[in-house]
Design a protein around this ligand. Structure first.
Ligand code: ADP
Ligand code: MG
Length: 544
């Protein structure tokens, strides 16, 4: 400016900020890049300030927890939301404070969070403090991996492994028990036979007669024991029939009520339009009786037992089906009691044969072993829910049968028919003892008996004989040729011959291959003189 105030010159001071601009842009870009990276990361990332308020919350954290950035940033309410249980929250918050204040680092620290939708998720955390230049903590950063799926898979593997071990254990005990029971059963058979013949020989003479009758009773109860073992080993001979579970249960309710006494009330809830199942009715009775007696024993004083049936379509079963379960529809039988219930140690062992918590002489420990075997034999499975003082519920699943139920059950008690006869019988049995007794019994009833302990010899004899043979009685399981094959051979030589199969035992496979079918005549060992004679007459008189 001059003295009169006119402008003379301008001084310009210019700052070249090109470089500054560039750096700032670069910084902004880096920041944006970092933010984008944090948000794109598939892992949960969050940061907290020293008080535990959320300062950063990435997209993965939003996706896993269900809480958005807007909901969680700037405060610490997320702690309450993720960990609603105060004691649990306290523990985890303490851990976070250790990271902030004591500069701890954590790796693989696992917590269970409750997501916004109520779901529980397992998270594994990596976390460390954020420090300033002077080494003071100004916050913390946490990376969380959602390990829920892996956790579930691990748990499933564990239960599968436990189930496998349990099944294998029962399988091997079953094989052992079945083997012993089979041989033992044959010996009992022989004892029954000789006792009966001795009774006839004693001709009513006392005290020999009463002694023999006592022997018979003991043998019979021993026979019941071996039957239970055979059932457990899935080696019980079964004659399955297609039936309606509701009808079958209605038919036994009265018997069950008598068995259980007056202090127990029954609740019978039959399911509607129940699908048919295929099972031996005696086996069904064994299941019902055993489960109901156990329920009664668990009830002290007055109580209730519920029996319920229901259709279980595969779509309902599949989500929680055990491995190895055949896909298909099932019918479920449930037996529930409000008795003492069981702890987990008892539960783990109830299906083992001879496991009992009952006093000497009260329990044999064979009831559930038998139920287990029967259910397995019928391609079903059994589950138990129980807790101390909470009662017990057994569920049994039977495969739905695609056949129609038989309404007309053939009545075996063709009354008043004499068991004697004059026909010729070919009797083949590899156990010499049983062969001799059977021959002796049948001869007493008037039959001509050709007794052989070898299938090939029986075929040779059948070929050489001119007169008709009316009946073949054969053991099902024999060393060289099974009963079915033998019967087919003999039938080619004597087309009009009838067959009666006997056995104390058969492997599952043989039963499934159709030897023991609904339409074959079958007699289970041990049998009494009378049942053998009756059965023989029945088979001979049956229409071809
Ligand atoms: P037993 O009845 O001869 O003891 P089981 O094989 O039938 O043998 O049962 C084995 C054990 O399982 C019983 O001793 C009992 O401890 C337990 N148990 C079975 N059913 C029930 C039930 N409904 N309530 C409580 N405990 C049960
Ligand atoms: Mg029992």
């Amino acid at each position: 400016m001059d003295e009169s105030g006119n402008l003379r010159e301008i001084l310009c001071i210019g700052n070249d900020i090109t470089e500054l601009r560039k750096t700032r842009d670069a910084q902004l870009q880096l920041l944006r890049f970092q933010n984008e990276m944090i948000d794109t990361a598939a892992i949960w990332i969050d940061t907290l300030d020293v008080l535990g308020n959320v300062t950063l919350w990435n997209r993965a954290a939003e996706a896993i927890s269900g809480y958005t950035k807007e909901e969680v940033l700037g405060h610490d309410r997320i702690w309450e939301w993720l960990y609603p249980d105060p004691a649990y929250r306290e523990k985890i918050f303490a851990k976070a404070m250790q990271i902030l204040q004591e500069h701890h680092r954590v790796e693989g620290f696992e917590t269970i969070i409750r997501c916004k939708n109520g779901e529980l998720r397992h998270i594994s955390w990596f976390s460390n403090p954020i420090l300033d230049d002077s080494g003071r903590s100004i916050g913390s950063i946490a990376l969380g991996a959602d390990i829920t799926a892996a956790k579930q898979a691990e748990e499933e593997r564990k239960t599968l492994q436990e189930q496998l071990v349990q099944a294998q254990k029962l399988e091997s005990i079953g094989r052992l028990a079945g083997g012993i029971a089979h041989d033992f059963n044959n010996k009992l058979q022989a004892m029954t036979g000789y006792a009966e013949m001795a009774l006839v020989a004693a001709d009513g003479q006392e005290p020999i007669r009463s002694y023999l009758v006592s022997i018979q009773k003991i043998v019979e109860s021993a026979g019941n024991l071996t039957q239970q073992l055979l059932a457990f080993a899935r080696k019980q001979i079964a004659t399955p029939k297609v039936l309606n579970l509701n009808e079958a249960i209605s038919g036994t309710l009265r018997m069950l009520q008598r068995l259980l006494g007056e202090n127990i009330s029954f609740q019978w809830k039959p399911g509607a339009d129940l699908w048919p199942i295929k099972i031996d009715p005696t086996q069904l009775d064994q299941i019902l009786a055993n489960l109901c007696v156990n329920a009664r024993d668990a009830i002290s004083g007055v109580g209730t037992i519920g029996i319920e049936t229901a259709n279980m379509p595969w779509s309902d079963i599949q989500p929680h089906a055990k491995p190895g379960v055949q896909p298909g529809d099932y019918v479920r039988l449930s037996i529930e009691d409000n008795g003492t219930g069981m702890d987990s140690e008892t539960l783990a062992r109830i299906f083992e044969p001879f496991f009992t918590t009952k006093a000497m002489g009260k329990g044999t420990g064979l009831g559930l072993a038998m139920v287990y075997g029967i259910v397995e034999q019928n391609a079903g499975w059994i589950t138990v829910e129980s807790a101390p003082e909470k009662g017990t519920t057994f569920h049994i699943y039977f495969p739905r049968s695609d056949e129609l139920p038989e309404s007309d059950r053939t009545s075996m008690q063709a009354a008043g028919i004499s068991s004697c006869g004059k026909e010729t019988i070919l009797f083949v049995e590899d156990d010499r003892l049983i062969l001799d007794i059977g021959k002796a019994i049948l001869e007493r009833y008037g039959y001509d008996v050709l007794a052989l302990c070898d299938a090939q010899q029986a075929i040779d004899l059948a070929q050489s004989i001119e007169t008709p043979i009316h009946l073949l009685i054969t053991d099902v399981v024999m060393p060289k040729m099974n009963g079915k094959q033998l019967s087919q051979h003999i039938q080619q030589i004597h087309p009009n011959i009838r067959s009666l199969f006997i056995s104390g035992y058969t492997a599952d496979i043989i039963a499934r291959q159709g030897i023991i079918d609904t339409d074959v005549h079958f007699l289970q060992k041990p049998f009494s003189v009378e049942t053998l004679a009756k059965k023989v007459r029945e088979v001979l008189d049956a229409p071809m």
